[in-house]
Design a protein around this ligand. Sequence first.
Ligand SMILES: [Fe+2]
Length: 299
Amino acid sequence: MSTLVADWSEDQKAAFGRAPVVFKHGMAETGLFEDKALARLLDDYPSELYDINLFDFDAEGRSTMRTGTRGRLPGCEVLEGVKAGRVWVQLRRVEAWYPQLGELIGEAFGELCAQAPGFRPVQLNGQLILSAPGAKVPFHADAPGVALFHLRGRKRIWIYPNDEAHMPQRGMENIALKQQTEDLPYRRSMDEAAQVFDLEPGLAVTWPLHAPHRIENLGTFNLSLSVDFQTWGSRLTNGAHYANGILRRWGVPIAPMHRTPMAVRAGLWAASLALKRLPLVPDRIAGIERSFELKGVKA
Ligand SMILES: [Fe+2]
């Protein structure tokens, strides 16, 4: 009997891994996500695991991102800054650094494994995301699988097919090679192919590996727990993208990933482990500068 994740229907089970799945969860009722608990967490959280981002959008919905630091603000003022601005705060590795939440994540994924056919994650990473009423997360894709547990406020998510038209394979290779942050070329017309969901507290969503998505908050302060997971399938696929990215730079023709069998992906993944030890491609993301200090950013 599940306690954190509501039982899945046959339709949800059949869709898992092929299409987005929305499901109910009970994390929001644990008391871990009220203002006081959040302010205390923000006070104590290690600064190297604490990201503050501000996005500016053009008319086509394309974004530029500025990355900042919390400065010397106490947690309660960071929280007020988020509620007032366009900022987006992310606490990384909460599965390890927020032990009570780490336990909940373990429990929830235990229940998910019992529901989702063949689901066997080998690694979990949790991010707690606090975002402003007007915040948007631009169109992007994540290398690992993701389950997004919504906890406070309302947000809308657009999830797109992970085909070549929406998620070019080269883009995934660049993400694997850390040549770009996960933002991708986006046009409004792509929305026609998206599935759109409004998330309320107590709803969670997961989608097929590498499906691009974007998010808009619906006028309220938002709190979500995003859990990245790797399975052996996602690990081999990401390793294969890494190796393909290098091979493509060497002029080797690359097969489409959806026609690359898992055994071949495993070979490419093994090659990627060796390639990662060679300093072939400098990591461009580590060089992104932090360009503002949070002092109560207003919309
Ligand atoms: Fe994402």
